[in-house]
Design a protein around this ligand. Structure first.
Ligand SMILES: NC(=O)c1ccc[n+]([C@@H]2O[C@H](COP(=O)([O-])OP(=O)(O)OC[C@H]3O[C@@H](n4cnc5c(N)ncnc54)[C@H](OP(=O)(O)O)[C@@H]3O)[C@@H](O)[C@H]2O)c1
Length: 533
């Protein structure tokens, strides 16, 4: 006979943890879960705000007080998250569903103005900005919070459990002035996809919801701020995104028209993924966007190794910023110098700088390479390295934070902090200093060129996909900002993420270096952001 299909609208008996449950969408998710029969652990940072939200939910749903368990959780602090999860397990005995909904707005500034420390944030606020977070804090409040919850809760999740990440469609589109928000969200998308593969064999499924612009005061304020930042007429941003939606939708008594999806639409997608009706879905993304068109993110594959001449980069001055291993950065610097460029070889600390000097000693072309300190955790060191040397291009290697075969759910606090600070925030710090540099010193040829190096050695490095997704989004936003004319005119930019094959070793790096030189040396414009070897 016909199979019985689990209802998408019942969550009876489930224990569901919702982060950011005192917020707009989180509150609506919690309310629905309570109404659908679940027990809900509501997290929030502020006890009074959380208590008020809980009172409101109990009044609105008529749920029993013990059905809504409050838990204070500061997502960027792993100890706070562990304590909240322990409290939830203590109170409820188990967790069946994690809804990683919490997420802050991050600094709303073009890359050149993104704040990285308290002093820079203070200066922005003194000048009238309403931002409340640095880029590092935002990364913790967007990716850190979800990762910390997963690490704390994963050991106690049982087969049949569901983990849901609330991302944003804008982590996959250009989004002017919002790199600090969308870069960690893009890394969250990769985190969610990888985690699905990691936890799937234990019977735990992991999926992502991509809300589009959701009808709320927040989105109207965000789009108005974006119009102002980019010097566009009021309504430009809204009109652009409404124009990318394939679905017109009727309101009550109205004909269909382009409009934003509602909070209830996001709740419905989350509820489906929480319910047993979605028991066969793993590693999927549900786009709650009215069918917004999103750019294709698949990489262009670069096939033949380019033929290079010794003067492909003659007259250029190029930053090669490296991390660990130092030898990779030295090899890349040598390849760039062999093609005629003078190279600033930026390395994170004095020890790495002196190691590079030793590796270079006596080698041909070493006199064209100047090793110096470029610490992506301290943007001032990048600024002082770039001062006095007008650059035409930059090659940015990963900082070198590697995930181990242990995976994402078992990463340590130090692993998470390093991935956030060195790879994601560090890449934004490099981009900020380069965009400031090129705003004041446009390169002679007109278009600055940037190649980020990504990829790596596949299965052995569980963090590379997070870093690469974040960097690809950084490039998406940076390109858009550079192409948007306004006062002070940032320049157009050629920027790519070059993905190493995954074979590892010197031959792999040599091939990447040949492609880097070709990308920096030719006037060829390639539309795709990611280029795979
Ligand atoms: N609104 C939209 O148009 C839209 C579009 C796409 C995606 N989204 C995503 O949807 C989710 C909910 O957004 P919303 O519109 O409901 O915003 P919201 O009302 O501002 O709620 C955000 C929630 O995140 C929590 N949060 C922020 N940083 C945190 C941290 N470090 N630790 C713990 N909790 C933290 C806040 O907790 P407190 O209550 O403690 O402040 C707040 O409850 C976010 O992930 C957002 O990115 C929203």
């Amino acid at each position: 006979m016909y199979p019985s299909v689990p209802a998408a609208n019942t969550l009876a008996g489930k224990v569901i943890l919702v982060t950011g449950a005192a917020g707009n969408i989180g509150g609506a998710i919690a309310a629905h879960c309570l109404s659908a029969g679940a027990r809900v652990v509501m997290t929030g940072r502020d006890p009074a705000r959380l208590a008020a939200a809980r009172d409101g939910l109990l009044a609105a749903t008529g749920a029993a007080p013990e059905a809504a368990v409050p838990a204070i959780l500061e997502g960027g602090d792993p100890d706070s998250v562990r304590a909240a999860v322990a409290r939830a397990l203590d109170a409820c005995g188990r967790l069946d569903v994690l809804v990683n909904n919490a997420g802050s707005a991050g600094p709303r500034q073009p890359l050149a103005a993104v704040p990285f420390d308290a002093a820079e944030l203070g200066a922005l606020r003194a000048a009238g900005a309403t931002d409340t977070e640095t880029a590092g804090a935002a990364a913790r409040s967007l990716l850190g919070v979800a990762w910390n919850v997963v690490r704390a809760a994963a050991p106690s999740l049982q087969p049949g459990a569901s983990v849901i990440h609330v991302s944003t469609i804008f982590s996959r589109t250009p989004y002017y002035g919002r790199a600090a928000y969308t870069v960690p969200k893009a890394a969250l998308n990769a985190f969610s996809a990888l985690l699905a593969r990691e936890l799937g064999p234990r019977g735990i499924r992991v999926n992502t919801v991509y809300p589009g612009p959701i009808e709320s005061e927040r989105i109207h304020a965000v789009f108005a701020a974006m119009d102002a930042l980019r010097g566009g007429a009021a309504g430009t941003t809204a009109a652009h995104f409404l124009g990318t939606m394939s679905l017109a939708r009727a309101g009550e008594g109205e004909s269909p028209r382009p409009r934003y999806p509602q909070v209830a639409d996001v709740v419905a997608a989350v509820a489906f993924l929480a319910s047993d009706a979605s028991a066969a879905l793993n590693g999927q993304g549900l786009e709650v966007t009215h069918g917004m068109a999103v750019p294709d993110a698949s990489p262009a594959v670069l096939l033949a190794p380019p033929e290079l001449t010794g003067d492909a980069l003659a007259g250029q001055r190029v930053l090669v910023a490296g991390g660990t291993p130092v030898a990779d950065a030295v090899a890349m610097a040598q390849a760039v110098a062999r093609s005629g460029a003078r190279v600033l070889l930026g390395l994170p600390d004095a020890a790495a700088v002196s190691m590079a000097a030793q590796l270079l000693a006596g080698l041909p072309g070493a006199d064209q390479i100047a090793p110096l300190r470029v610490d992506r955790r301290r943007p001032a060191t990048i600024a002082s390295a770039l001062a006095g040397s007008p650059l035409s291009a930059a090659v940015l290697l990963p900082a070198g934070v590697r995930g181990t075969s242990r995976g994402l759910a078992t990463a340590t606090d130090a692993d998470v902090a390093a991935l956030l600070d060195d790879e994601l925030v560090g890449a934004m710090a490099l981009a900020r200093e380069l965009s400031r540099h090129w705003q004041s010193r446009p390169p002679a040829g007109g278009t600055p060129r940037v190649v980020f190096l990504g990829g790596g050695d596949g299965e052995a490095d569980a963090f590379a996909p997070l870093r690469d997704a974040g960097v690809a989004q950084l490039i998406r936003v940076w390109r858009e900002e550079a192409a948007t004319p306004r006062e002070g005119d940032p320049l157009p930019l050629q920027a790519h993420l070059l993905l190493r094959s995954g074979a590892g070793g010197p031959a792999d790096l040599d091939l990447a270096a040949r492609h880097v030189v070709a990308l920096l040396g030719t006037g060829q414009a390639i539309e795709q952001i990611a280029l795979a070897l």
